[in-house]
Design a protein. Structure first.
Length: 94
């Protein structure tokens, strides 16, 4: 039986995009993400999901948006590991 096709990316009214991913993580990495969610929940004084904690961390560590620069002014390529250095190291494949 074929499951219905679900778009992995959705444009949001605030100008952001929502991207759906499936990741396989060791329990240790899930625990670290839970600790991050706990820190964020304490800061925001409300419950926080793991999704929200990861999104917040990515927003706080991302470099300036390269798509906003005119052609010819593109910054040097940034490796994916440099953009997420503050996230826990994840072993295996994603």
């Amino acid at each position: 039986m074929n499951a219905p096709q679900v778009s992995a990316m959705h444009a949001l009214p605030d100008g952001e995009a929502e991207l759906s991913l499936v990741l396989r993580l060791p329990w240790e990495d899930v625990a670290r993400l839970g600790q991050e969610a706990g820190r964020l929940a304490a800061q925001m004084q409300r419950p926080v999901t793991l999704d929200e904690a990861v999104s917040n961390r990515l927003r706080s560590t991302r470099p300036a948006a390269s798509h906003a620069k005119p052609a010819g002014e593109q910054p040097a390529a940034v490796t994916s590991s440099a953009a997420v250095t503050s996230l826990p190291r994840i072993s295996g494949t994603a």
